[in-house]
Design a protein around this ligand. Structure first.
Ligand code: DQA
Length: 150
């Protein structure tokens, strides 16, 4: 089972970007930890990062043929992008929203996510562990869904 992991804008700067908020792990560290977890679960991970909304939409459209579900850290786009929500709805794959920080505990404009109402679930505030928990939970969710359809 393949799960795509999408990292939105500015997450390429992880490690250097506001380490007090987002931690010191780099994007490569996150992707390595995800690959190790996927190996343990007997799953595959396909990571993707872009600072460009359109590139993320193109990736999602292509990933619908390969991925059973999506873990996404939409970064700033989660607060603003109807196009990203539409892209996720268009591919009709279960997705889990993750955040390194806890946006609800930060500035008021971060409290709203356009994606959350359509997500299977949300994991926020645990740094790299948000991604790992989100991946594990989505993997379990997809396996249960598979078993129910058999
Ligand atoms: C973030 C939280 C967002 O509010 C912010 O715009 C980000 C990162 C997080 O992982 O904590 O870029 O998604």
């Amino acid at each position: 089972m393949r799960i795509a992991v999408v990292h939105g804008p500015n997450l390429d700067l992880l490690g250097a970007r506001e380490p007090g908020v987002y931690g010191t792990a780099t994007l490569d560290d996150v992707n390595r930890a995800l690959a190790a977890l996927a190996g343990e679960l007997g799953a595959e991970v396909e990571p993707f990062q872009s600072n460009h909304e359109g590139k993320i939409l193109d990736f999602l459209a292509g990933a619908r043929h390969r991925a059973a579900g999506i873990v996404i850290n939409p970064a700033g786009l989660g607060h603003t992008s109807v196009a990203l929500l539409d892209g996720l709805l268009a591919i009709a794959k279960p997705f889990v929203e993750v955040h390194l920080s806890n946006p609800a505990a930060r500035e008021p404009f971060r409290r709203r996510s356009l994606l959350t109402p359509s997500a299977v679930g949300v994991v926020a505030g645990f740094g790299v562990d948000s991604y790992l928990s989100g991946f594990r939970c989505l993997h379990n969710h997809l396996q249960r869904a598979d078993a129910e359809h058999r």
